[in-house]
Design a protein around this ligand. Structure first.
Ligand SMILES: [Zn+2]
Length: 168
């Protein structure tokens, strides 16, 4: 296989692009740039509006698009996974499998929305104060939440359903 070495491949691609650009010529390049700038300007308002209404119609869009992004960037996803993992490791406190089992045993429903568990709605480990906000990885800071509430809450410190501040 030619250019099996990634460094070699990169060099090859660079040289190819340089040659291609030269071949296209500066006149054509200028024309293209002017056209795309005009198109960009003409459609800016429309694009913004489209994005806004789409977001409104798809409240979960961010989640699904980030899922798509993760799928397309598995190496980045792993990297962020490590960040999360190390956050969990470096957080104060300790939450063991036994703690989780005991918490699930005491939690017949989602801590936030109070809906009971179903096959589709399984309990997930939610930190009342997110680890990224300095919360402890301890049983005291842990509740069982459905996936929906867990991700809606994110790292904020307010109730994911009624939006009120969480009293600890
Ligand atoms: Zn819930």
């Amino acid at each position: 296989m030619p250019h099996a070495d990634p460094e070699e491949r990169r060099r090859y691609r660079k040289a190819y692009m340089r040659a291609k650009r030269a071949q296209l010529g500066s006149e054509l390049k200028a024309k293209e740039a002017a056209w795309s700038a005009a198109y960009y300007r003409a459609n800016r308002q429309k694009r913004v509006q489209n994005a806004l209404s789409w977001n409104k119609a798809n409240p979960d869009s961010h989640r699904s698009s980030s899922r798509k992004w993760r799928k397309n960037h598995p190496e980045k996803d792993r990297e962020y996974g490590h960040v999360k993992h190390s956050r969990r490791r470096s957080a104060k406190g300790q939450f063991t499998l036994a703690d989780w089992r005991s918490l699930v045993g005491r939690s017949p429903r989602c801590y936030w929305c109070r809906r009971t568990w179903t096959v589709a709605r399984k309990p997930t480990h939610d930190h009342v104060i997110a680890l990224s906000n300095g919360g402890d990885n301890s049983p005291e800071n842990s509740v069982c939440a459905c996936k929906e509430c867990n991700s809606r809450k994110g790292n904020r410190t307010f109730h994911p359903i009624n939006g009120q501040g969480i009293l600890l």
